[in-house]
Ligand binder design. Sequence first.
Ligand code: NAD
Length: 485
Amino acid sequence: MTTSADLLIDGVWRAGGDGRTAPLTSPITGEHLADVVMATADDVDAAVTAAAGPGADAMEAMPPFERAELLHRVADLLTERADELAATLTLEQGKPQHTEAADEVAESAEIFRWAAEEVKRLETPSLPGADPNKLVLTHRKPNGVYALITPWNFPMNIPAELVAPALGGGNSLILKPSEFTPLTAAGMIQAVLDAGFPPSAVHLIHGDATAGAALVGHRRVDGIGFVGSAATAEAIVRSAGLKRTLIEASGNGPQIICDDADLDAAAAAAVYGASFAGGQCCVATERLLVQESVHDEVLERLVHHAATATLGDPRVEGTVIGPLNNQLVAAKVDAHLADARAKGATIVCGGERAGGFPTDLYQPLAIIDGVTTDMLLFTEETFGPVLPITTFRDDDEAIALANDSNLGLQAAVFTSSLKRAFRYVDRVRAGSIVVNDSTDFWEPHPPFGGASRTQSGWGRIGGKYTLLDMTDLRTAVIDIQATRD
Ligand code: NAD
């Protein structure tokens, strides 16, 4: 392990003000990985003060094309260091190293490349004035100092989704990654510094809610980029006041299978959507809505595909599901399964933690049939390898079920009718709707985020959209009278 568990403030990896650390253990083996330095309020203040002073000045003075060049260099470094970063990611997060972790590092490099290219193509409007002597020009300025707060399920991808556009837009930043996955983020930030971004502009602090809250509440922080649970999002928004906020929160993604769908493809996608990242994904298939008339056939195909979702050591080739990341998420999965059992659902497969592993975090894929709308599996985000099935009679009922949630991030519908697909695209409340692929579909550039009237957040992440969110439109009105004869 070559990444540091220290704080990075003003270019120096160092201990915190009070010397406090927290042990980090691997969900795979239970081994002690690091003593992670916990930031104090003074450490947070030191990072923000540097970011708001010399850091902000240095970034604002850096021309966009130079920022783009450095972002490309970050991508090159992540690619060069990919094997080591993927190994670190797996060890602290638990996802399969040779597939998901390797892909995550490659996608993070791609995110830096997207930001680099979008910075160079950031068009802004110019307008005529109603007054013929006036020309209206616009350009984009940095928002200032960003506090970036990220979760543990994609420990490199999500920090990259915020760090790359923040820097591309000319902002300085302080990243606080999840306390469960600090090392991967440290590896990424090291690449950002090695690429040549000013040390005064890029800081890394570690800690839990206390450090996060100190960062959000700091008066010299101008913007907040947050990805995490809806509950934390609410606490952050309450204390953010008038700071700019980009909020990406929880999901409860329905996948809908209509009777005219390719049922085998739909079942395979559902199994993928519940087992990718061990179901610990904001766009996981959290609810499977199946048309009554095809229920039995879909269930049979689900059981068939579930057999390929091998649970095991994620460092070993062929493993599809690694351990859950931590005891908090494991307890939530347990509670949701116990509630479903108590309310009469049928456990088709899985449903218990697997023995014979070094930790008690190994949870095989569970298929739960007969799930009703009063069960926690339906009403809340479970965040584990669980596929709860609820049936519907017609499209109206499917849409009502899909929308029976306070969350609306990404949904999927399987049908062979374009007309039917658009009925769902139009009426299901979600930031994105995938037709004939998994809820887990993701690429780095389309706009992604929570739908309005839900608690999945606001703003859009992805490609140029984060860059637009993290910059401010400056309008210049030019009197051109002097240029006229
Ligand atoms: P979490 O909300 O518990 O923690 C996220 C981050 O917020 C962590 O760094 C944590 O230390 C910090 N934090 C906690 N309390 C805070 C406070 N009061 N003030 C400031 N910071 C605070 O989420 P998690 O368990 O790490 O991640 C899982 C959640 O993230 C799921 O709900 C998932 O759906 C969501 N998520 C959303 C997206 C998306 O793009 N919408 C992507 C990934 C994960």
